[in-house]
Design a binder for this molecule. Sequence first.
Ligand SMILES: NC(=O)c1ccc[n+]([C@@H]2O[C@H](COP(=O)([O-])OP(=O)(O)OC[C@H]3O[C@@H](n4cnc5c(N)ncnc54)[C@H](O)[C@@H]3O)[C@@H](O)[C@H]2O)c1
Ligand SMILES: [Zn+2]
Length: 708
Amino acid sequence: MYTTEQTKELQTATHTFLKHAASVEDIDALRNVLRFHEYRYYVLNDPLLADVEYDKLYKQLEHIEKQHPELVAKDSPTQRVGSTLNAAFPTVQHLVPMLSLDNSYNAEDLYDFDRKARELTGLDIIEYCVEPKFDGASISLIYENDILVRGATRGDGVEGEDITTNIKQIKSIPLSAPFSKFGVQQVEIRGEIILTKDVFKKYNESLAEQGLPPLANPRNAASGSLRQKDPKNVAKRNLDAFLYHISYYTTRDGHVQSSDGIQNDNLPKHNKYLQTHGGSLDMLWECGFRAPKKEKLILNGIDEVIKHVHDFEEMRDTLPYEIDGMVVKVNDFALQDKMGMTTHHPRWAIAFKFKARQATTKLKAVEFQVGRTGAVTPVAKLEPVHIGGVTVSSISVHNEDYIKEKDLKIGDNVLIERAGDVIPQIVKSLPELRTGHEHNIHFPKKCPVCASELFKEEGEAVWRCINIDCPAQVVERIIHFVSKDAMDIKNFGEANVRKFYELGLLKDVPGIYKLDFAAISKLEGFGKKSIDNLQTAIEASKEQPLHRLVYGLGIRFVGETTAKTLANAVDDINDFTNKTEEDLQQLEDIGVKVAQSIYRFFHNEQNLKILDELRALGLQMKNQKKTSTGDSTLKEQTFLFTGTLTKLKRSDAEAMVEDHGGKIVSGVSSKLNYLVVGEDAGSKLEKAKKINTIRIISEDEFLSLINK
Ligand SMILES: NC(=O)c1ccc[n+]([C@@H]2O[C@H](COP(=O)([O-])OP(=O)(O)OC[C@H]3O[C@@H](n4cnc5c(N)ncnc54)[C@H](O)[C@@H]3O)[C@@H](O)[C@H]2O)c1
Ligand SMILES: [Zn+2]
């Protein structure tokens, strides 16, 4: 939509306005700048600015328009919400416009918000409901007569993209919900689709395993995931949803309530859930949604709110999901109605944004590192910069294509982001700040460690050193093997691996179990105690479960999750030598490329020799879970649990199945033997009823089956 030339001009204007606030003469230019950044952010998912910088420009426009109300145009960025609409999905109209939120970064802004709220309501003190601002992609859902009938993105606020099929793949969104219990017939609710930190980390790991660069934050991952063409891919992403707002509903006895106040009728007074925002969150919770029932807090007056949002910011990193602030909402619906909304945001709510986790700094140099698979990774050295409590001074820039795509040069200013405890990423370079002294990054032709020629496979972005004796690779393989997520050999660590390797005390993975401790005891810093500890840890690692060994071997494309799938599929690691690529592809989430890599690994003589050696050294090579259980009451039987169990925790029940030789499957199909039904079971039960061979049993029946 924008040419290179236009982009350049808009970027220049951007930086001018960031340095010197725009004046009224600049109003059109400023609007164009904001529209441009909205397009980059919402449509392309590729912003050129830090959020704080965007907000700064937005505030300038608000300020000018406030001073000159006659200049406010209908298409001004302050009059609407940035649009994500594109042609991939049909558009549908929201029942009530889905707006943005007003922003605040400090206590001052919150005092200001409270003052206006008190003016508009005529009250001395206001009750607020404060909840986390989930960092994901917003959605709107409609339920009619308890059934989910539509799911849509925010789009441009008035219309959204119809993504109903994709929404149905998200497990924390019920396909039916008992709104009728609350007298509600039709309801439009809003929420945020998120990836938990765990899932986001795994998702990035899977990208890395495929040689793809990771995403900078879960928000981008969530909005990308929602717009997948194939709903199966959505299911695989393990998305989650928080629902936090009822924007519209009709009741069975004819009331209509809408949060834009248009069709407002008297609130159903008998229904305590529908008087306040906090109450509506409780109702959503009761209906089976993941609403912030426990995360919310009802507070009196703005001082309490300010204290709470600051306290919550401290806890930010302990949460299992990413939040970028808190949302402060006037709790009473009647007051919300009174206050109303602008075309951009409701007047009864404000977002308090946490400290930014984006920053700009300078790219000083690029170094090249060789990993355990021989991949050569460029690492950018940065002028140290603080983000979110840590100092970042180097950052992986992944591969040659990534460098080109981000247009990185040595000497550039770059925008970096650190989402939670995720490894920081370069969001982009800022070419408009170039002075002419920058220079291109040259990729080496030879391995920086062993000097052998580098190769790039067709269709891949990564250059590799294919010399298997390349010292860098050998060392990295050993480091991976002892690491926490693999064999978890405590006290070993990267530094020791490097030291032992350099001194010739350790040459390969089996060497870990043959260390010459007499020689090590002569090294500086190795007292009796530390040697004892090391020895104990190495010995203990021999009993690690099979999936850790499989992961530790460092087979290409095999991350922790795949390693678990693999380990569960065999009785002994040697069984892999008899599996064909087709056999491997039958396993969950193992595609052609991964199967090929696993097959190759277990048909490589050198690797098999190493496995034999490890077996001889006493490592656990069997799948203990499968072989040790004496009890096999449920042998070969498949189970699935649905609804809420009342006596058992779901994970315990699943473990019981496995302990008795049974298997847990992920969906209802003819392969399923037992569906165990808890309270409020939904679509799975319906589906299972249609397949004759599935036995549908209660939790009690399950327990008696186990205890037979
Ligand atoms: N970097 C850039 O170039 C650029 C460009 C455009 C916008 N932006 C950023 O995007 C922001 C505007 O985006 P936005 O309109 O999506 O607003 P926003 O992200 O600031 O806040 C509104 C959104 O918060 C979400 N939300 C999460 N938890 C919520 C809760 N508990 N209650 C209510 N809402 C909740 C909703 O999806 C809602 O739409 C700007 O402030 C700016 O930081 C950046
Ligand atoms: Zn090499």
